[in-house]
Write a new protein. Structure first.
Length: 322
């Protein structure tokens, strides 16, 4: 766009400044109305959880002993805040939450029903209804963040009702605790069963070795022969190895029991969600400025289009006259 084109645009806007000003005022009023009447207020309830204290140390010792016994490392995934965050964002938990009944008082009236109904999602198809609900959770309702300094997990739930937002946030923590606890109990059962089976196998092997060594000592007459010395060393070495492994497995079993005691309540709530008093959305001033800026841009675009159209029309008429 050349300077010869820009100047007529500026002149046109200046000549029609009163009309543009009136239109700008109308657009500003429209922006206010859109924000005040067309956008629903939303409230954000926040709940925070911390990882169980002492669990990491116990699991570290347990993993070291597992390595000594040749069993590999024992997972502490149930204690990970990243895992908790992933569970909160999973469809399994969200589906359970959508099926949960909530009842609360709002403006003197009792509101009750399943969360899927309280969200007021417009759809007649059940499958589409839940797909929209899952999408709403990801994009608008649920937001989680892990503090890098203290590893605290913050869960934000945003809804039109402040009471419902707090109830949903706290209910999510209850379901998270159930899922994580079930996972930890399953892992504990599997690990405990495996350790018990290994202890039984090693105990049987140790008993057989002891009986064999006892029988060897009873039947051997020449205690000073080289063959006797070699066999005696082999028996003692085998008994030492089996005794050491059995001792480590017993320690590992005790540590596993202790660690399970730490994780009886895996989700530690720092602050429960309370109904917020102030809305979190929309940010009225920022929203009005944004909408008004778009309107002003469109107004300038219309003025520019009128000038360009008139110039084009003048040029066409001039060519026809020639």
């Amino acid at each position: 766009m050349t300077q010869s084109t820009i100047n007529p645009i500026i002149i046109f806007i200046w000549k029609n400044r009163f009309k543009n000003l009136i239109l700008a005022v109308i657009l500003l009023i429209a922006s206010f109305l859109i924000v005040l009447l067309g956008m629903d207020k939303k409230y954000t309830a926040v709940v925070s959880i911390i990882p169980p204290s002492g669990s990491s140390s116990s699991m570290g010792k347990l993993g070291a002993l597992a390595g000594l016994a040749g069993l590999g490392s024992i997972s502490n995934s149930g204690l990970s805040q990243d895992m908790n965050r992933g569970i909160l964002e999973s469809r399994a938990l969200q589906y359970k939450l959508l099926q949960t009944n909530f009842s609360y008082q709002e403006n003197g009236n009792t509101v009750s029903g399943k969360l899927i109904d309280l969200l007021e999602i417009d759809s007649s198809n059940p499958r589409e209804l839940y797909e929209k609900a899952y999408k709403a959770f990801v994009e608008d309702i649920l937001f989680s963040d892990i503090d890098a300094d203290n590893n605290i997990l913050y869960i934000n739930v945003t809804l039109k009702s402040p009471v419902l937002a707090a109830m949903v946030a706290n209910k999510m923590i209850e379901y998270l605790d159930e899922i994580v606890k079930k996972q930890i109990v399953n892992e504990y059962s599997e690990q405990s069963q495996y350790i018990r089976s290994r202890i039984q196998i090693i105990s049987d092997s140790l008993k057989m070795s002891e009986n064999a060594y006892k029988k060897f000592l009873e039947q051997t007459r020449e205690a000073d022969s080289p063959e006797y010395t070699i066999l005696d060393m082999q028996f003692q070495r085998q008994l030492t190895v089996l005794t050491t492994i059995l001792s480590e497995l017993q320690k590992q079993k005790e540590l596993l029991i202790m660690n399970n005691m730490f994780t009886l309540s895996p989700i530690k709530v720092l602050d429960r969600a309370e109904p917020p008093y102030r809305k979190s959305r929309p940010k009225r001033l920022l929203t009005i400025i944004s909408i008004f800026s778009i309107f002003i841009f469109l107004q300038l675009l219309i003025n520019t289009s009128i000038v360009l159209f008139r110039n084009f029309k003048t040029n066409v008429i001039a060519r026809i006259d020639e």
